[in-house]
Design a binder for this molecule. Structure first.
Ligand code: HEC
Ligand code: HEC
Length: 180
């Protein structure tokens, strides 16, 4: 975008999202690839219909259900054909820990670094696909798509009822079902 469009993208420093590594400051919160791509989506697609927010929500749902990492970057990577895991969560902690346990990897190993680099690449790739489709008016919003269990929790805790909960991630990845 710096080359094709120039301003304002020419002003973005290459290391602007360095702090997002390891789920922001190494704290394992939101996966940094989601946060960085969300900032770019806001820059490109901001409007008064909250298009940017809807695209970000779709990216988060896509990420949570994607079988990472893809093999798209295997030609470039030292570790090829890696074990794939669906994170079921947009959190760095859940995403990378589930993968490391399945791969028998620990955090400082090269195979873990390759996996996260590929996830960042996959997320950036999906973001570009979404933005390109959006800009030619062909992006079909997916919107809220939640598991039956989460829908059931939200029937009481969500915006049509008590609304004492914020967030649309899969409740059962963190809570037990107290109605059973
Ligand atoms: C039939 C309505 C209903 C459904 C369905 C429901 N809850 Fe609740 N939940 C409640 C009520 C009522 C409370 C108590 C609120 C209070 O004390 O003010 C509660 C309390 C909680 C609490 C607080 C701690 C506790 O266990 O009491 C959590 C966490 C919670 N629910 C999570 C969930 C999750 C996760 C689901 C889906 C698997 C779910 N709830 C489904 C009505 C519901
Ligand atoms: C990433 C983990 C995570 C997810 C996903 C999650 N929660 Fe929570 N939730 C927590 C934590 C941590 C707390 C803080 C209190 C605790 O430890 O239970 C909390 C608190 C709550 C509380 C208040 C409980 C209390 O005792 O005060 C409710 C109600 C609740 N969550 C419902 C839900 C529902 C419904 C969903 C799904 C839409 C959901 N949560 C998804 C981690 C999560």
């Amino acid at each position: 975008m710096k080359e094709e469009i120039g301003f304002p993208y020419i002003l973005l420093p290459d290391d602007m999202f360095h702090h997002a590594a390891g789920g922001y400051g190494g704290e394992g919160t939101l996966c940094g690839s989601i946060g960085s791509c969300a900032a770019i989506i806001n820059l490109v697609a901001y409007d008064d219909k909250k298009t940017h927010s809807k695209l970000v929500a779709d990216l988060i749902h896509w990420y949570s259900q994607e079988n990472f990492p893809s093999k798209r970057y295997d030609d470039l990577a030292a570790n090829k054909d890696q074990i794939q895991k669906i994170p079921n969560s947009p959190l760095c902690h859940a995403s990378v820990s589930t993968w490391m346990m399945a791969a028998g990897a620990s955090y400082t190993e090269k195979q873990r670094k390759d996996r996260c680099a590929k996830v960042a690449g996959d997320t950036a790739y999906r973001t570009v696909e979404m933005l390109n489709e959006h800009l030619v008016g062909k992006y079909a919003f997916i919107g809220a798509k939640r598991s039956e269990e989460t829908e059931s929790c939200l029937s009481c805790h969500g915006s049509d009822a008590m609304y004492n909960e914020k967030g649309l991630n899969d409740c059962l990845t963190c809570h037990d079902d107290h109605t059973k």
